[in-house]
Design a protein around this ligand. Structure first.
Ligand code: NAP
Length: 231
């Protein structure tokens, strides 16, 4: 079984990679920092040298790099079983301020278009094999205003809903995962007790539980929030 996880060296992507690897999957992972990818690859191979860990340095905000990664996976593996569109970035900014134009474009490229291009390249072979799971890591910001970031995450939820509708009769399940505050590097510098946050492992366990349901059932959308509410 083969899983692809984008933005996989830290946080939620790393926890999801660990859980799929621990359940016997070969994994293909990417991030921008090669040294982090190599270190994580070594860590995973130490757990089980027989499973494949394909790594590629990719900036997911760059269309050509995203497509090259997905094509490399197609060439190496053919059809995959699970695609986790996780890579994403939060940049605090408002829509009204023109100075934020670059940040807004970076968030749209990283949080939305990366998932679109990954899916576009990898989906045809999943359709051919008539099975596959796609998890789109959205956010609580997919359903509430949270700066310009929320635009990209609302769009990601729309992407998930449309994709789900397009492939529901093709054996492909699509799930939009909407976590609230989760303790990762994204929150570096924010002074809050760690108990206020969810853990990346809780998000990963939820994804795994959803994946493990029988193929008769799809969880289309899931909202996870810290017990004490949003931050
Ligand atoms: P994180 O801890 O900051 O980790 C991000 C991962 O993605 C790292 O491996 C990072 O490695 C990689 N990455 C970042 N930008 C990239 C790019 N342009 N190209 C390729 N890889 C990139 O992030 P996280 O908090 O786990 O967030 C993961 C996803 O969950 C995101 O989509 C985020 O929007 C969403 N989310 C997070 C929270 C939260 O509270 N943490 C809540 C809701 C939704 P490099 O830096 O080396 O590239």
């Amino acid at each position: 079984m083969k899983a692809v996880i984008t933005g996989a060296t830290k946080g939620i992507g790393r926890a999801i990679t660990n859980i799929f690897f621990d359940n016997g999957f070969d994994v293909a992972i990417c991030a921008r920092t090669t040294a982090d990818l190599e270190a994580f690859q070594t860590e995973l191979k130490a757990k089980n040298a027989n499973q494949e860990v394909m790594i590629q340095t990719v900036d997911m905000s760059k269309k050509a790099e995203v497509k090259a990664f997905a094509k490399a996976i197609n060439e190496k593996w053919g059809a995959i079983d699970v695609l986790i569109n996780n890579a994403g970035v939060f940049m605090p900014c408002n829509l009204a301020d023109a100075a934020n134009e670059d940040a807004f474009e970076t968030m749209m490229d990283t949080n939305l278009y990366s998932a679109y291009y990954m899916t576009q390249v990898l989906l045809p072979k999943m359709i051919e094999q008539k099975s596959g799971d796609i998890f789109n890591i959205c956010s609580i910001a997919s359903i509430m205003p949270y700066g310009a970031y929320a635009v990209s995450k609302h769009a990601m939820l729309g992407f998930s809903r449309v994709l789900r509708d397009e492939v529901k009769d093709k054996g492909i399940r699509v799930c939009a995962v909407m976590p609230g505050a989760t303790l990762t590097a994204s929150w570096d510098g924010v002074e809050m007790p760690k108990e206020r946050f969810m853990t990346p492992e809780d998000i990963a366990n939820s994804v795994w539980s959803i994946y493990a349901l029988s193929k008769h059932t799809v969880v289309e959308e899931i909202i996870l929030r810290p017990q004490l509410g949003d931050i």
